[in-house]
Ligand binder design. Sequence first.
Ligand code: ADP
Ligand code: NI
Length: 212
Amino acid sequence: MKKKEIIENVIEEVKNLLKDDNSGHDFDHTYRVYKLALKIAKKEKVDNTFVISLISLLHDVDDYKLFKTENYANARTIMNKYNISIDRQNYIIEEISLISYKGDNITIPKSIEGKIVQDADRLEALGAIGICRAIQYGATKKNKLYDLNTKPATFLTEEEYKKKNSNTLNHFYEKLFKLKDLMNTQEGKKIALKRDAFMHKFINELLKEIKL
Ligand code: ADP
Ligand code: NI
């Protein structure tokens, strides 16, 4: 099977796996990460688009918040189906394991391909789409939109970050406003600064409206 055809098939597999999600990790999110990663790769003149495509398309299919799989079983099942070599599978899975945000315990993928996907995934938490996802996530978890009496926390461990379900406004200070300083690529940083500025504008306006 040609690489292009494999990617088209993987897209369908992932669409099927993520179709029931309503926590901000639905297929549309994965598809945007995939498209954005390819766009960043082009700007950064990185041409291993096959690996970038696989990392981005598979980055959420074993997320602990959605699936109870072990050893990245969903990603491996899909890659086995399309005869991706075990070496390449291991490499892709290691990069996926380093991509996700783990509180203040920051991990960075080793390869430029993984770094690009991490940037694309982080950009999804910023800007207009980032605001939408935060509100959607908070609503799904039945968290409060804001609570001016609770100060934003700093998370020290991955466990604390996973356990805590902050109100949505605090989440901007606990995670989202930090992301622009964590970007790996120049192009990612450029997009992040623009999206961060927009979020600040939005939150400033929101604070004016709610601090009566
Ligand atoms: P990742 O995409 O790295 O798996 P998360 O699952 O933590 O990250 O976040 C997915 C989306 O949900 C992001 O857009 C994030 O900003 C949002 N989110 C996560 N936790 C909260 C929260 N406590 N309140 C509001 N939004 C949240
Ligand atoms: Ni993601």
